[in-house]
Design a protein around this ligand. Structure first.
Ligand SMILES: [Fe+2]
Ligand SMILES: [Fe+2]
Length: 456
């Protein structure tokens, strides 16, 4: 732990007090300032890591990357809650400090997945050094609630560092060029944080002299086309012949069975990826939006993992099915502003509520077929989806508000359904589209295909 980092987490008063007279105790506002600095680092790290999820190729690595992005977000949530109990400026409305965002953006514009993980180990180690330094400054009684928060956060340290470190070796161990690229990137990220720790602005207006950014093309975060192992998880090509979701029988060898539900779950990495673009791209929303969104996208990864695991338990291989990526096919800066709220409303107001009917029927039938595990999959899935629909009702209108489109949750829901009806070509007039959108079970029957519940 270097002395610069040590000073960096104190506020001005504390630094002056320390220089003037020896006082090793932190006042509540000093603790709040230290937690605020750590909050921004966790928050920006969650953005970098979740932004990298679509740029990671292998299924297992993608899932674990999403898991860690979610954990960074949850650490930020714990820090946010504790900061709110202490005096000092509220985090609620604050934007991320520009120099913090820049440090994380510089460190995450890596030329390859392995290089990103090499930089990630630098950021992780440094962040956890910060937690450790703070722990040893806190009073065990006065700061007990803060120490409890730090104790929970520190629990993830070893698993994260070990896993991130392993990724570098998997990618670069037998290829000298990759190993050199990874080492060079890690050196650069080291320099970024060295500059940050020595120069982090303590007054507004001061700037950091950053190291020269390497002349490499960034592979992530948020690539316009997501990285994917298409041999293990073949991509479905939309031919236009089938419009209703999952109607095309060539997508799944289980299209005529209730087990199709597991296949549908296995395709949810696409939804998780789309939400990663939203997490990375959405600026200046209330902090609870990011806490809910990270939970939502992590749940979609879990649904995908549970689907893949059950298919494999049943003797199928993932290559017998077709999948969808969640990438928008354009760079974030080239996307229409509506892409974000429209995607989010489509997911939370159409796909997720429509999935309840299938999931409820599937759970009942799986119990009848004496397949308790499959039934319980559907039951957890429903519990999660119910929460996601609630998230959508709160945050969908907020996202529309950001593009100056003031809309209620009910209007948003109707519009999302009408967009889906238009995609399906299911109505010849606006009047007819509105009528179909109002009849919810009928609308869902159009939007997504029914399963053959009687065939196990
Ligand atoms: Fe899901
Ligand atoms: Fe969901």
């Amino acid at each position: 732990m270097n002395e610069h980092r040590d000073v960096n987490i104190m506020d001005q008063d504390t630094v002056k007090a320390r220089l003037g007279k020896p006082n090793r105790y932190l006042r509540p506002k000093d603790t709040a300032a230290a937690l605020t600095a750590l909050f921004w680092e966790e928050f920006e790290l969650s953005r970098a890591v979740l932004g990298w999820v679509p740029a990671v190729k292998e299924f297992e690595t993608k899932g674990q990357t999403a898991r860690f992005g979610y954990l960074h977000n949850q650490h930020a949530k714990l820090l946010y809650a504790r900061t709110g109990e202490l005096p000092g400026p509220s985090l609620e409305k604050q934007p991320p400090p520009a120099y913090v965002r820049e440090a994380f953006e510089r460190s995450s514009l890596a030329p390859s997945e392995a290089a990103f993980f090499a930089g990630y180990t630098v950021m992780l180690r440094r962040l956890y050094d910060g937690y450790e330094a703070l722990q040893y400054k806190l009073d065990p009684i006065l700061d007990a609630p803060t120490l409890d928060v730090l104790r929970m956060i520190v629990l993830d340290r070893q698993a994260m560092l070990t896993w991130a470190h392993d990724q570098i070796f998997f990618a670069g161990s037998d290829n000298a060029a990759i190993a050199e690229e990874v080492a060079a990137w890690q050196r650069y990220v080291d320099q970024v944080w060295h500059c940050y720790d020595r120069q982090a602005p303590r007054e507004s207006g001061s700037t950091i002299q950053w190291p020269i950014h390497p002349e490499v093309e960034a592979f992530g975060p948020v690539p316009s086309d997501s990285a994917w192992n298409a041999e293990r998880f073949p991509i479905h090509i939309f031919t236009g012949q089938y419009k209703t979701a999952y109607e095309d029988p060539s997508m799944s060898v289980l299209h005529d069975s209730i087990k199709q539900m597991h296949y549908i779950n296995a395709t949810e990495m696409g939804a998780a990826e789309s939400l990663c673009y939203l997490y990375y791209g959405a600026q200046l929303l209330p902090k609870p939006f990011y806490f809910d969104l990270a939970r939502h996208l992590w749940d979609e990864v879990r649904h995908c993992q549970m689907g893949v695991r059950r298919l494999e338990q049943m003797g199928y291989t993932t290559s017998q099915f077709k999948y969808f990526k969640g990438s928008p096919g354009k760079g974030l800066q080239d996307l229409a502003a509506e892409w974000f709220p429209d995607m989010y409303a489509g997911l939370t107001m159409v796909a997720e509520p429509c999935s309840f009917i299938k999931k409820r029927k599937s759970a009942e039938q799986f119990w009848n077929f004496d397949d308790g595990l499959s039934a319980i999959h559907c039951e957890f899935d429903m519990a999660d989806e119910r929460m996601h629909v609630d998230f959508g009702k709160v945050w969908g209108p907020e996202l529309y508000k950001q593009i100056n489109n003031i809309i209620t949750a009910a209007e948003m829901s109707e519009r999302a359904r009408i967009r889906r009806i238009e995609e399906l070509g299911a109505a010849s007039t606006d009047e007819e589209a509105r009528k179909i959108a109002k009849n919810f079970p009928g609308f869902c029957g159009l939007s997504t295909v029914e399963l053959n519940y009687s065939n196990y």
